[in-house]
Design a protein around this ligand. Sequence first.
Ligand SMILES: Cc1cc2nc3c(=O)[nH]c(=O)nc-3n(C[C@H](O)[C@H](O)[C@H](O)COP(=O)(O)OP(=O)(O)OC[C@H]3O[C@@H](n4cnc5c(N)ncnc54)[C@H](O)[C@@H]3O)c2cc1C
Length: 523
Amino acid sequence: MTEKKTGITRRNFLKTVAAGAVGVAAAGVLGGCSSSGAAGGTPAAGGGAAPSVSETQETDIVVVGGGSSGLCAAVQAAQLGAGVILLEANSVIGGNGQLTEGMFAIGSSLQRASGVGLDLTFREVVAVEQEFFNYRVNALFWKDLVENSADNLEWLIENGVQFSGVVDNYYGLGKIPAFHWFVDGSGRNYIGPMAAKAEELGVQILLKTPGDDLIQDETGKVAGIYAKKEDGTLMQINCKAVILASGGYANNMEMMEARGYDMTYTINQGNPHHNGDGLRMATKAGGADVSLQRCFLREPYAYGTNFFGDMSQAIQRGGPLLWVNQDAERYCNEDCGAFTPGNNSNAVHTQQKSFLIFDRPWLENLAQTVENLVQDVEDAVAECPGENIYKADTIEELATLAGLDPAALAATLARYNTLCAQGLDEDFNKPAEKMVALTTGPYYIFRQDLSFWTSIGGIHTNRRMEVIDLAGSRVPGLYAAGTDGCELYRETYTMNVPASCNGNNCNSGRVAAKNAVAEFVQA
Ligand SMILES: Cc1cc2nc3c(=O)[nH]c(=O)nc-3n(C[C@H](O)[C@H](O)[C@H](O)COP(=O)(O)OP(=O)(O)OC[C@H]3O[C@@H](n4cnc5c(N)ncnc54)[C@H](O)[C@@H]3O)c2cc1C
C-alpha cells in the first residue's frame, strides 16, 4: 500500500520518531551490580515456595519501567540520596515516552518567555476537566498536578530535558495553551537527557530485566522484587520501596480480551512490553484493579492499512463521511471527534461493527489537499487486507460486499442525503457544513477497527502515589506512577488540558519517589 510521500502529520512524525527510538546501551550500566550468587530466594507476594535465584542485590528503591514516569521517579529518588535500581523490560530505555511530543504545565518560565498562557490558573483546568468527566474524577489529583506543574517543568529543564520554547494548545485541540513542545516534538529529547541524568546520579539501569514478582514481608510491606534476567534466571532485589511505572497493559492480549475487547483486527501503535506487569503485581500484593473505570489512548483505523499514512488520517477522523453499524444503520454524529479525538473510538466501540462510507466525488475533492489519496484508497481496495475494504458502483453492491443488508444501507443513505439536502441533521446533530451528500458512485466502504496506543490507569493510588485497595488501605512500600496508576481520567483520553498525561507522568514519578524516600528516611 502506498504510504505518505510528502507533508508532516502528527502520526507520520510519530512513526519517524519510533523508527529512530533512542537507546541506552546496557554496557556500562550493569557494571556496578553486586551479586551474591544466592541459590534460594524469599517467598514472593502471596506466599508459596521461595524461587531459586542466581543473584541477590540490595538497594533503597526499585523502579519498574524506564519510560516517562519511571525515569522521573529514578532521577528524583537518586537526587534525594537513595540507591536506585531501574528495571527495564525492553532492550532500550524510554517506553512510549520516546513517542510523546510535549508536556503540560502552567506558570512555567517558557510561558513567561513566550507570553503564552500567562493568566492560566487551576480554575481553567478544573472547569474543563471536571465537566468533561462528569465530576467522576477526584479533582484533587488535578490540583496537585497543576500546582506542581511549573516546578516539574523547571526541574526537567535543569536535568537537561530539551523543550523547544513553543507553548500552544496542540493543534487547536486543547482548551488552554499549556502544551510545552519538546525540541523537534520528540520525546527522545525528554528520555535521552533523563536517562543520562539517571546514570550520572548512579542509578543502575538494568535493561532486558523485567520486574516479575513482588516480595512482601510478614506484615505485607513490600520488601523487594524478583526480576527476570536475560539468561532466564531470577534476580532478587531487596529494597525499601518499589515504584511501579511499567506503562500499562495495552500489549497484553489476554488482559485486553478480559476487559471486553475483541482483538482480532486491532493493532497497538505504542512500543512493546506494556504487558500489564505493574497491574498484575499490584493486585497480587493487595492493591485494587480499577482498570475498568479507566481509559485508553486509541483511535479507529482499518485493519491492514498504515495508520500513520495520509489516507488513514484523512478518512478516519470522521467529519463529512457516513458511519453505519452492523445493521447498516447510522448511529452518531460522525464529527464527534473534532475536538476530542478519543470520542471517535468511543463511538465506534458502542457498535458491534462500524463502517465508514464515502463516494468518488468526495474522495476526489479531498484528494486536492491530500497527496496520492485516490491511489492509496484504490490500493487499499485492491488489497482488502482483512475482508474490510470494498468499492462498488451502487450502494447495494457495496453493502453486499461488506456483508451488510443492501436495502437497509440504501435506506440509510437516502435518509442521510435528505438530511444533507436540508442542511439540518435531525438525527444526530452533525454540523451543517459537515453534511455532504453521497450521491455518485463508485462508493467505498472501510470497516473501522480500533488501534490502541496505551492504557491509562489501572492501579488504584492515593495522592501520595501509594498503591491502595478499594477501601483506601495502602500496600506499604508500593507506589505506582505514570499510566500504570493515573487517576486523572475516566473513560476518555482528554486533550482539553493538553499533555496532562505526560504532566502526570513526571509529577507522579516525582511524588512517588519523594514519599518513598521520606518514608524510609523517617523509619
Ligand atoms: C504514541 C504515543 C504518543 C503519546 N504522546 C503523548 C504526548 O505528546 N503527551 C502526553 O501527555 N502523553 C502522550 N502519550 C501518553 C503517555 O504520556 C505515554 O504513553 C507515556 O509514555 C506514559 O509514560 P509511562 O511511564 O507510564 O509509560 P512508558 O513511557 O511506556 O514506560 C513504561 C516502561 O516500562 C517498561 N516495562 C513494562 N513492563 C516492565 C517490567 N515488568 N519490568 C520493567 N520494565 C517494564 C516498558 O518497556 C517501558 O519502557 C502518548 C502515548 C503514545 C503511545
